[in-house]
Design a protein around this ligand. Structure first.
Ligand code: SAM
Length: 345
């Protein structure tokens, strides 16, 4: 199939490059390409594996992503569900790699898998043009890991996937770990060693109220300060400066400068003021915030026959309405109707 082609963005579209009403420039698109997942992580899923929402055809994602790119998106992250389950992924990556930003540069192309199937897919994905992967891994102890994923032998599969990704050059390789008090917070120090031993960037993420069930409470969140203090006691840390204003992680290296860890603290130190993201769900809805109460049916408009210019102006108008911030932990906070696995993390 040929790379999707688009009519050139008009001067109007260029002028209305994706900016919200708070002046934030949106250049980062997360696309869920399936909401199916082969893991049932206890903090994310109720235990069902099935999909809740439809998937689009690969050429439909390409058309929609192309519209966003023509409006100034420079970074595309493919996610899910589990994106490695999606048939046609390598083809999709290859065609995204052929797209150019509005200044003629290749896209920054990333993928967030759980790593279970990465061992055999890392090299083909790299060859197709993928730049980086961020693999989720919530414990470095295999039995703790498998209690979380609820899938036998998952730890060794993911470790093999991580090593294959590193060998394929999908670097810098990031490992995301969601910490939950009483589940895996005993893994913090071991993860610091893991970052150094495996030459990966380990990023701890504070748990957000986006699970299918009802597990979240302020007490279960392990906050940034506690993580830093605990690692400091065994391996003293030095904070690194941010590389860009919209960087979500606070970055640290160790005293000898070898290895890196990051902490993403959307709960205890929200970074909404610097948000540069917009999301497209597997069924083609725009979400302007993880915690949006509203979705915007871009695919529905496309199916109804809207042309590129009409769809672009719909995207511009939608992004302008992006929420100022989330309200986690505040009175009256409302969980969104979709959970993380069905939005695309
Ligand atoms: N299956 C892929 C994976 O495991 O990375 C992609 C989808 S998953 C929903 C994306 C990321 O969101 C994972 O790192 C996962 O741990 C994280 N995540 C899921 N639920 C979360 C929550 N309630 N709070 C914070 N992160 C969460």
């Amino acid at each position: 199939m040929a790379v999707a082609s688009f009519s050139a963005p008009s001067a109007v579209a260029l002028e209305s490059r994706l900016t919200d009403s708070y002046g934030r420039v949106i250049h980062d698109l997360r696309v869920s390409i399936t909401d199916r997942c082969n893991y049932k992580c206890v903090y994310c899923r109720t235990g069902e594996l099935g999909a809740q929402y439809p998937e689009l055809a690969i050429h439909e994602y390409l058309r929609l992503v192309g519209l966003f790119v023509s409006l100034g998106i420079t970074k595309v992250r493919l996610t899910g569900g589990e994106p490695l389950l999606r048939h046609g992924l390598v083809d999709l990556v290859q065609k995204l790699a052929a797209m150019r930003t509005i200044v003629g540069a290749p896209l920054d192309l990333a993928l967030t898998p759980n790593g279970h199937l990465l061992d055999s897919l890392a090299a083909p994905l790299k060859a197709a043009g993928l730049n980086r992967v961020t693999v989720s891994m919530d414990a470095v102890d295999s039995s703790v890991f498998e209690q979380i994923t609820r899938i036998p032998n998952s730890f060794h599969a993911v470790l093999g996937g991580i090593r294959a990704a590193r060998d394929a050059g999908l670097t810098p390789l990031k490992i995301n770990c969601v910490l939950l008090r009483g589940f895996n917070d005993d893994q913090i120090e071991a993860f610091a060693w893991f970052a150094r031993d495996e030459n990966v960037v380990v990023r701890f993420i504070e748990f957000m109220p986006l699970e299918e069930g009802r597990l979240w409470s302020p007490e279960i969140v392990v906050p940034l300060r506690e993580i830093v203090d605990r690692i400091n006691r065994v391996l003293p840390l030095r904070e690194l400066p941010p590389r860009e204003p919209s960087e979500t992680a606070r970055r640290y290296t160790f005293e000898d400068g070898i290895g890196e860890i990051g902490i993403i603290a959307p709960v205890s130190q929200a970074f909404c003021g610097a948000c540069s993201r917009v999301r497209l769900t597997s069924d083609g809805k725009i979400r302007t915030c993880l915690f949006s109460q509203m979705e915007h049916d871009l695919y529905g408009r496309m199916q109804a026959g809207a042309g590129d210019e009409e769809l672009r102006s719909y995207i511009v108008r939608t992004v302008r309405e992006k929420e100022a911030r989330h309200h986690i932990g505040e009175p009256g906070f409302l969980k969104p109707s979709r959970s993380m696995v069905h939005i695309g993390g």
